[in-house]
Design a binder for this molecule. Sequence first.
Ligand SMILES: C[S@@+](CC[C@H](N)C(=O)[O-])C[C@H]1O[C@@H](n2cnc3c(N)ncnc32)[C@H](O)[C@@H]1O
Length: 199
Amino acid sequence: MYSGSYERNRDPIVEVLKGLQVEPGEVLEVGSGSGQHICYFAKTFGDEWSWQPTEQEQNVESIQAWREAEGVSARVKKPVAINLLEERWSDVLEGSYTMVMSVNVVHIVVWQGVVNLLNGVGKMLKSGGVLYLYGPYRSQDRELEPSNARFDVFLKETYEGGGLRDVERVVEVARGAGLEFEQEIAMPANNRSLIFRKI
Ligand SMILES: C[S@@+](CC[C@H](N)C(=O)[O-])C[C@H]1O[C@@H](n2cnc3c(N)ncnc32)[C@H](O)[C@@H]1O
């Protein structure tokens, strides 16, 4: 698999990640897609970091292929199949993570999948660890950008239960999972980085 958006967003994401106060350790990526991002992050960050990709069963092979092709098998663990629609999706993972990240997943998966994601992360993150979410969001504080309004229509037509999420709603569920909202950072192409910290 190949992701076109990966080429555009990988460096802006790295810039934000490098500015976060996080202890080096193991990073979990939820919904790694093709696997390109996690291989790039592993190459960009030092040896003291390790990376755990996850995806739906049908995409695990792509991540495995990128992992081998990029020569990062020492730092990127074997991809694990997950399904966010399962409440206990995180039971298949063994780590305790210093950071969890998820890029462009929250608007694709149904809302219950987002709730499950946040609750699972609340359990798996180490105290003081960070949850990093990237993607387009709505907010009560600003008008929805025309490009995101069009994207929302596309998402609703394409993915059952998909669509842009309200930052405020995500923040509320995250708080219930023990994740405090820390900051929102505007990113290129009307995307946002949302940063949460485990209390
Ligand atoms: C737009 S892609 C983003 C992929 C990758 N993070 C990226 O930025 O290139 C959304 C991803 O969410 C994953 N996804 C959708 N529903 C899921 C579910 N129920 N459980 C786990 N992953 C899911 C899809 O398989 C897909 O790879």
